[in-house]
Design a protein around this ligand. Structure first.
Ligand code: FAD
Length: 337
């Protein structure tokens, strides 16, 4: 009772990375609360799924294994999740901010009147005192996310309704095995109790999956170019440096808006969130909407003509110089070494 639920999303027969990231965070929250971490997997052919989930800290793995859950359909998923939450009463329920999570988590929260904070970038446990009533609350879920166009980082709490629900953006949290695998005890969801015939009225006749051509999320090294690259032609320097380093190419929104590169490469609040080992920011000023998507990188190098550009505040190494001079020197150096 009152454990932490993590919804496990299946992507082409495998567990989505965001679910493992959430499970890692879920077990940290559960440990802080002194409760258990429970994974909820709805899909088809899920035999053995508990082994992987236990490595990430799932004490319990709730499973509904049937063809009606594959591919994802909103209504049966919502019905089962609502039914299970009402039955088990977790205090926290977490979902990936993926197209699937964004579709069905709000329906679950609406049906349960619980509220939902979308697109969180951090989750913590903390106490809260209501300024109006003076009432004190212990061990609430701090749901942290950028707000007002990224100008503030808001901490949202939900003192009165359960579960406390949040969706979390992909790639924001670390996925890490637990030091000791958890029990991963399988419990079958009696889903037939929750799903009505009308939940199955919508049938999927055909699905066309567009391959993601560019996916920079998991890249260990990213060379990113900004508006300071000057032009689309000049942006090829970013690609050249990326090639010699075996890196992916990222970009700021200003570079994307100027047509220097594709939107799929945009890093930041309205792009992807990345956490590479090395992030080289070339001609990027470092506005919060950009840094929100890359400030968790292990090492950041910036190249900028302006020594006071905000990116210098988070960079481990800030090179003051013109990208047209610095990048060719780096390419030459790395080609030789
Ligand atoms: P600029 O701010 O124009 O900076 C260019 C930098 O290049 C400057 O620091 C300049 O000193 C330097 N420079 C110029 N010439 C050279 C040279 N020859 N050599 C070296 N350095 C040089 N932005 C994102 O990136 N990602 C997002 O997801 C995102 N989402 C947003 C969402 C909202 C709601 C809003 C309002 C904005 C968002 N933005 C986002 C935009 C963001 O606020 C900035 O406008 C954008 O990040 C700026 O990009 P930039 O640093 O490339 O350009």
């Amino acid at each position: 009772m009152n454990n932490v639920f993590v919804y496990i999303e299946m992507e082409g027969g495998r567990i989505a990375d965001v679910s493992l990231e959430l499970l890692t965070k879920g077990r940290e929250l559960a440990a802080a609360l002194g409760v258990k971490t429970e994974a909820v997997a709805l899909g088809e052919s899920l035999d053995g799924i508990e082994k992987e989930l236990a490595r990430y800290g799932a004490d319990t793995v709730w499973v509904a294994d049937d063809k009606i859950f594959n591919p994802f359909r909103t209504l049966p998923h919502t019905a089962v999740m609502c039914g299970l939450i009402e039955q088990e009463k977790p205090q926290i329920a977490l979902f990936g901010a993926t197209p699937v999570g964004r579709d069905f988590a709000p329906r679950v929260s609406s049906a349960l009147h619980s509220g939902l904070t979308a697109d969180c970038t951090q989750l913590e446990i903390g106490d809260h005192k209501d300024a109006k009533t003076g009432r004190e609350y212990k061990d609430l879920l701090y749901q942290i996310r950028p707000a007002f166009g990224g100008n503030i980082i808001a901490t949202i709490v939900n003192p009165d309704h359960r579960p406390q629900m949040a969706t979390v953006r992909e790639g924001v949290m670390r996925k890490e095995y637990a030091a000791v695998p958890a029990a991963g005890e399988v419990k079958r969801i009696d889903w037939q109790r929750f799903v009505k015939d009308t939940d199955l009225a919508v049938r999927i006749i055909d699905r066309q999956i567009e391959e993601r051509r560019i996916d920079i999320k998991g890249a260990p090294i990213i060379v990113a170019g900004g508006y300071g690259m000057g032009s689309k032609e000049n942006f090829r320097l970013v690609h050249e440096l990326a090639d010699v380093l075996g890196a992916e190419v990222g970009a700021s929104r200003a570079a994307v808006d100027a047509g220097f590169t594709e939107h799929a490469r945009q890093v930041g609040q309205t792009g992807v969130t990345v956490r590479p080992k090395l992030y080289i920011a070339c001609g990027i000023s470092g506005q919060i909407q950009h840094t929100a998507g890359m400030d968790q990188s292990s090492m950041i190098i910036s190249i900028n003509t302006d020594p006071d550009a905000p990116i210098a505040r988070i960079a481990d190494y800030a090179i003051t110089g013109d990208v047209n001079e610095v990048i060719p020197k780096m390419i030459k150096y790395y080609k030789q070494n």
